[in-house]
Design a protein around this ligand. Structure first.
Ligand code: AMP
Length: 212
C-alpha cells in the first residue's frame, strides 16, 4: 500500500505514520526526519535545509523531490510506504504523480487552536525520531524515549512564532492538496482530535472500507 498522510504540522501525522507502518509492515518515510538527520550529520543538504526549517518555511521542491524519490526507490519500499510530510506543495504532488500511483491520501483533520496547544507539548527522541507529547502521548518514563531510552527534546521549530508561521504556510501551500486528492477520488478524511489509538483505528477502518 502506498499511502500519503496529509495534515497540518502537529496534526499527529508522525505518530500515526509510525503506528500505521507497524500495522501494515511498510516503511514510514518522513521528509522532515530525513532533513533533520542531514542536519545532524551536517551534510550540505542539511545545512541548506536548516535555513528554511528554522524559520518555519518549506524547503524548496528542487531539494525535496529528488530526496524523496531517491528514498522510495529503495528496496524496503517495494511493498509500499507511508509518506509523512510529503507532498507539501502541488509541485511535489505532481512530481509524485508522474512516477508513482498512490493508493490513498488520509487527511488528519485538526483545528488550528488545538494544533498550537499540541505543538507546544511536543517532544521527540533525537536518536530514533519517535514522537511524544507531554499530555496526549506521554512516554512511560517521563522525559525518556519508550523505544530506545534516549532523553527526549523539544524541536527548535516548535516555538510559538515558528508554529504560527508553519500553520500559515500549511494553509497557503499544503491545504490545496486536499482538493488535488479529492479530484483523484483518493481522499479519506479522519477526525484527528480523537485519542491517538482512536485516530489509528479510524484510519485503518477508512482504508479497509476504501479498498473493499
Ligand atoms: P516536519 O517534521 O514534517 O514537520 O518537517 C519539518 C520541516 O522540514 C518543515 O517545516 C519544512 O521546513 C521541512 N520539510 C519537511 N518536509 C518537507 C517537504 N515535503 N517540502 C518542503 N519542506 C519540507
Amino acid at each position: 500500500m502506498k499511502l500519503v498522510l496529509l495534515g497540518a504540522p502537529g496534526a499527529g501525522k508522525g505518530t500515526q505514520a509510525s503506528r500505521l507502518a507497524e500495522h501494515y509492515g511498510i516503511p514510514h518515510i518522513s521528509t522532515g526526519d530525513i532533513f533533520r538527520q542531514n542536519l545532524k550529520d551536517e551534510t550540505p543538504l542539511g545545512l541548506k535545509a536548516k535555513v528554511y526549517m528554522d524559520s518555519g518555511l518549506l524547503v524548496p521542491d528542487e531539494l525535496t523531490v529528488e530526496l524523496l524519490m531517491d528514498r522510495i526507490s529503495a528496496e524496503d519500499c517495494e511493498n509500499g510506504y507511508i509518506l509523512d510530510g510529503f507532498p507539501r506543495t502541488l509541485g511535489q504532488a505532481h512530481a509524485l504523480d508522474s512516477s508513482e500511483t498512490v493508493d490513498a491520501c488520509v487527511d488528519v483533520d485538526v483545528p488550528d487552536e488545538l494544533i498550537i496547544e499540541r505543538m507546544s507539548g511536543r517532544r521527540v527522541c533525537p536518536a530514533c525520531g519517535e514522537p511524544f507529547h507531554v499530555k496526549f502521548n506521554p512516554p512511560v518514563k517521563e522525559g525518556l524515549c519508550d523505544k530506545c531510552g534516549t532523553e527526549l527534546i523539544t524541536r527548535a521549530d516548535d516555538t510559538l512564532e515558528t508554529v504560527e508561521k508553519r500553520l500559515s504556510v500549511y494553509h497557503e501551500q499544503t491545504a490545496p492538496l486536499i482538493d488535488h486528492y479529492l479530484a483523484q477520488g483518493k481522499l479519506l478524511r479522519v477526525d484527528g482530535t480523537q485519542a491517538v489509538e482512536e485516530v489509528t483505528e479510524a484510519i485503518v477502518k477508512a482504508l479497509d472500507e476504501f479498498e473493499a
